[in-house]
Design a protein around this ligand. Sequence first.
Ligand code: 4AZ
Length: 870
Amino acid sequence: MSQHLLLPLVILAPSPTQEEPEDLDCGRSEPSARIMGGSDAQAGTWPWQVSLSQKGNHICGGSLIAPSWVLSAAHCFVKNGTLDPAAEWSVLLGVHSQDWPLDDAQVRAVAAILVPDNYSRVELGADLALLRLASPARLGPAVRPVCLPRSSHRFAPGTACWATGWGDVQEADPLPLPWVLQEVELRLLGEAACQCLYSRPGPFNLTFQLLPGMLCAGYREGRRDTCQGDSGGPLVCEEGSRWFQAGITSFGFGCGRRNRPGVFTAVASYEAWIREQVMGSEPGPAFPTQSRQPQSGPREAPDENCTIALPECGKATRPGAWPWEAQVMVPGSRPCHGALVSESWVLAPASCFLDSDRSPRYLDNWRVLLPSRPRAEQVARLVPHENASWDDASDLALLQLRVPVNLSVAPRPVCLPQPEHYFLPGSRCRLGRWGRGGEQGPGAERGGVAEGPTPPQRGFAPSSFSEPAPRPSTLLEAELLGGWWCHCLYGRQGASVPPPRDPPHALCPAYQEEEEEAGGCWNDSSWSLLCREEGTWFLAGIRNLSSGCLRPRAFFPLQTHGPWISHVTRGAYLEDQLAWDWGPEGEETKIQSCPPATEHGACGLRPEPAPMGVLWPWLAEVHVAGDQVCTGILVAPGWVLAATHCVLRRGSTTVPYIEVYLGRAGASPLPQGHPVSRLVISIRLPRHLGLQPPLALLELSSRVKPSPSALPICLHPGGIPLGASCWVLGWKDPQDRVPVAAAVSILTPRLCHCLYQGILPPGTLCVLYAEGQEDRCEVTSAPPLLCQTEGGSWVLVGLAVRGSRELFAAIGPEEAWISQTVEEAHFLPPSGSSYWPPEGSDLCPPDTARASGTPRAAVFLLLLTSLIQG
Ligand code: 4AZ
C-alpha cells in the first residue's frame, strides 16, 4: 500500500459517527500488497480491479463492488446508442499480470449490463454501468470489493488518489508484455480548477464544460494520467484504512497532456442509482459513512485558483542559443548535431551513426555534449528509426544518456509537435544545426550557447568546439509558408493539398534574405527546422541536404514521428499546439489541389481565393536607368519578359542600367512579401524584319528561388487556353505601383481584325474590358495580359503595345524564340484553340471598324450584323 499525502491546506476533522460497513467488508487491500506515467502495481494491492473482455479482448477496466456486481463505464458497452449483449462480455477477477497463465484468476460470465437511462455520450456525463455476474466471485486476498461513497461523501481537492488499469501507457501506445496492472497517483482537482483548465483551448483547439457528476484528477503539467483501456476502472482514495472509489475512469483529451487532466464519473453522485439497481442482492455493495469529513467552508483549497501550466520545453534565452543543442561525439568522426528531447534522450540523424559499430561496448566511447554541462554525458543506448536507412524522412535515431540530466535553463529539451500539430502559415522559424556540419560556415552562425561554448573534451575532435565566429543570427530567420504554397511549390503536383487537420507532407520556410551568403555555407550538412509558437520552440522538421550550400526549402515534418519518439523515450516533451488563430486557410474546408506544374517545376501559382493584398508572384517592377518604371513578368528563375519600348529607347543600341524588383508592390511592401532585386545583364530580342520587336527578354544577374514572392508565370504554346478567364494586370498609379487587375475578354481574331482593320501588326491580340474596368490600369508601364486556365495555372498571354490598353503583343507566336532563349520557360502542354493565324479579313461588315465610337459599341454592332447575316 502506498503512502500518500493530503494537501496541508485541506483541513480534515474526525467524523462524529464512525460506522461499520452495512453488510460487506470493503476497501481493504493487502498491507503490502496504464496508465500513463505510472508503474507496475504489486499483486494484491488493488483486489477490486477487474478486466472486462469482449470476445476475449481486454477493452475496459472495472471494480468489484459486491460478489456479484462490477462497476464500470457506460461507454465501454454502448456503441451508436446500442447496448452490447451481456453474453459478449466476461469479467476477469484477481489478475495482476494479464500474461498467461493467469494464476488465481477467476473468470465470470456477465448476466446483465445496466446503464443509466440518461447516458448518451461521455461528454454529457452519467458514464457508468453495472455488470451483474452470472455467478458470484469468490472473495479472497486477490479478490475483494471496494467501498462506495455516499452521495454526501466529499473528497477534498488535492487528495492523492490512485487510478489503476491495463490501458495504454501513452496515446496509441499499448501496455507492453507481460501486461502488469499499472497504478498511478493522481490528485483530485476542484471543479473550478478543472473547469479553468478545460475552458482554455487545448488539443484540437477544443474546450469542454465540466458537468455535475464528473470529477477531475491528475496534474496541470500532465504526464501522469489514465489512458485508453483504463476506462471503467476505479479511482480510489484511502480514508481511515479503507479504500473508497471516488471515480470511474471516463475520458479526457488525449493522455497526459498539459492542462488536460483525466475526467472521471463521480461515483458519489450515483449512490441512488447504484442502490436501485442492486436492490435485493445479498450481499450488496457497501457505502460506509465517511470517517472524516473535509471541513465545510470554501469547497476548494485556496491554491486551486485558475492557474495553467506552461510548457517546460522549448524555451530559449535568445534565438539561436538553443539550450537543447546536443553534439554527439563518436570517435573517428566529426561531431553530429542533435537535440535534447527529454532528461535522458537526444534525437539526432541516424545517418550519423549508420556506419558506426553500435554494439554496446563501442557506445562506451561515445559522448554527448550539452550546453552548460561541465562534462560530456555517456551513452547507454542507440535506437535508430526502423526506416532510417532507406527513408530520408525517417533519418532519426534516439540516444539514451546513461544518467539523466537535470533540466534547467540549459540544458533544456526542445518541444516536439503532436501528430495533429498545424504550424500556422507565417510562423516564425529558424534553422538549427542537424547532423554533421563542415568545420566552417554556419556552424559558426550561432555564437554557441548562452553560457558560452562547451569546453572541448579530451580525445574528441576539438576543432569543432572552438569559439565560433559571430554572425547575425537574423540571417537564418524564416517564415513558414501555408500548406497550399508548400504543397504546390515543392510537393507532389496534382495531389490534393492536405487540409490543416491532416499531417502535412512538408513544411516550407520562406527565408527573409534571398541570396546565399558567401562563406555562409555549411557544406555537406543537414538542417533542422525550429518554429516558434507563443515564445516556445518546436522541432518542426528535418532536412537532409546533399547538394551544396543551398538552404533547404522543404522539410520533412517531425510530427509524424511523435508516437515513435514518445514510445521509445516515454517522456519526451510532446507539446500541444499553442497558437490557433488560423487564417482563411485554416477554415478552408473544400479540398484544394495544385495547378499542373511543368518539367521545370511549379509556375503561375496564386492561392484561390487570393487573400487581400496578396502578391502576384511573377509581377516585376523594371526600373530603367533609374527613372522609368514598367511592368515585367518573371518567366523563368533568371528571366523577365518586358515590352521592348519600355526598356530600350527607340534606335538605341546600348543596354541601359536596369534593376528588377520582385516580391513587392511599389512603395508599400506587403507583409508576406520578401523583396528580391536583381540587375539585368542582357536584353534579348527576337529577330524581326525591320520593325522593333514588341517583346524583350531580360536576363537577370542571378536566378531567384521560386517562392510566393517570386515565381515564374506559365506560358501556353499556340493560342489561348480554352475556358480561361483573362485579366490585364497593371498599376493604377505609376507612383504607388499597387497591382490592379481588370477583367477582360479576348476578342476572336475576326472581331479584332474588323475592329482595327489595317492598323494591326501581325500577332496582336485585342481585348474588351468588362463594364467599368477600362480605366483600372494605366498604360505607360505596358501592362501584361494574363489568363487563368481551368486547371488554375496563370498564363502570360500578351504585353500591351505602346500606348494602348486594348492591344497586346501576343506571346504565342514567339514560343520558339522564348524556349530557345530561356531553357526553363514553363510552357504548359498545349490545349485549347490556336489563335493564330488570323482568319480571312474579307468577312468584315462594312463600317464597323472604329466607326461607332467605343470598342464595346463596335463589338456589339459586329455581333449583331453577324447574327443577321447568319
Ligand atoms: C479512453 O479512451 C480514455 N486521459 C480514458 C481516459 C482518458 C483518455 C482516454 C484520460 O478510454
